[in-house]
Design a protein around this ligand. Structure first.
Ligand code: SAM
Length: 196
C-alpha cells in the first residue's frame, strides 16, 4: 500500500527528476557527457528514457529518439528545443529498422525487466544499433542499508549482479569499457559495440 502510493508519487515527472538528483545523477552525467559530446550528426536512441535527461547532453546536430513505455514519463519529457522523436512502447520490441541508430543508451532500466525481457532487449539493441551501446544499471549492494532501502521502494523488481548484466550484454556486444561506481547504490557502467 505504502509502496504503491510512493510509486504513484514518484511517477510524477517533477518528483521523479528530484529523486534522480537525490540518487546521485551527477556521477552518471560525468560519465555520459564526454561519450555523448561526440554524437554530432548521429541518431541516439534512449531506451527506458524516463524524462529524457540525456537529450540535454547531445550536440545540436544529434537526433534524439526517446523510448519509454510510461505515458507519465512522456508527459514530463522536455526535448530541450531540439529535433527529437518520442516513441511510447516497449524496449523489448523496438519499432525501428535494422541498424537505424548510431548509439543506444540504456540507463537504469534493466532492473525493471525480467530475465526473458533482458534477453529480448539485448537482441533488439543488437538489431537496431550500428555503433555502440551505453548501458548502466543499479546492482545489488547488500551491506548498504541506504541501498537496500532504496531497492525496497524501487519500481524495478529485478536486481542483477554486474556479472549477469555483463554476460547478457556480451551475447550480442563486445564490451569496450566497464566500470563499477558508487553513490547511494553500486552501478555498472558499460560501453559496448555490436558483434556483427
Ligand atoms: C529508473 S527509470 C530510468 C530513466 C532514465 N533512463 C534515467 O536514467 O533517467 C526506468 C525507466 O524505464 C522505463 N521502462 C520500464 N520498463 C520498460 C519497458 N519494458 N520498455 C520501455 N521502458 C521501460 C520506465 O518507465 C522508466 O522510465
Amino acid at each position: 500500500m505504502l509502496k504503491a502510493l510512493l510509486h504513484r508519487i514518484v511517477a510524477r515527472p517533477w518528483v521523479y527528476n528530484k529523486m534522480r538528483t537525490f540518487c546521485g545523477v551527477r556521477q552518471l552525467l560525468h560519465r555520459l557527457r564526454p561519450l555523448l559530446a561526440g554524437t554530432d550528426g548521429q541518431t541516439v536512441l534512449d531506451v527506458g528514457a524516463g524524462t529524457g535527461l540525456a537529450a540535454s547532453m547531445l550536440p545540436p546536430t544529434a537526433w534524439y529518439v526517446w523510448l519509454d513505455n510510461d505515458p507519465a514519463k512522456l508527459g514530463g519529457f522536455n526535448p530541450h528545443h531540439r529535433e527529437s522523436l518520442a516513441m511510447l512502447g516497449s524496449a523489448t520490441q523496438i519499432g525501428l529498422r535494422e541498424k537505424s541508430v548510431d548509439v543506444a543508451l540504456c540507463v537504469n532500466m534493466c532492473h525493471h525487466l525480467s530475465d526473458r525481457q533482458v534477453g529480448q532487449l539485448i537482441d533488439e539493441l543488437g538489431r537496431v544499433v550500428r555503433d555502440r551501446v551505453i548501458l548502466s544499471d543499479i546492482i545489488p549492494w547488500p551491506s548498504s542499508l541506504v541501498s537496500l532501502l532504496l531497492w525496497r521502494y524501487d519500481r524495478g523488481a529485478h536486481p542483477r549482479s554486474w556479472q549477469t548484466l555483463r554476460a547478457a550484454l556480451s551475447r550480442r556486444f563486445r564490451i569496450e569499457h566497464m566500470e563499477i561506481y558508487t553513490t547511494y547504490h553500486h552501478y555498472i557502467f558499460c560501453v559496448a559495440r555490436p558483434r556483427d
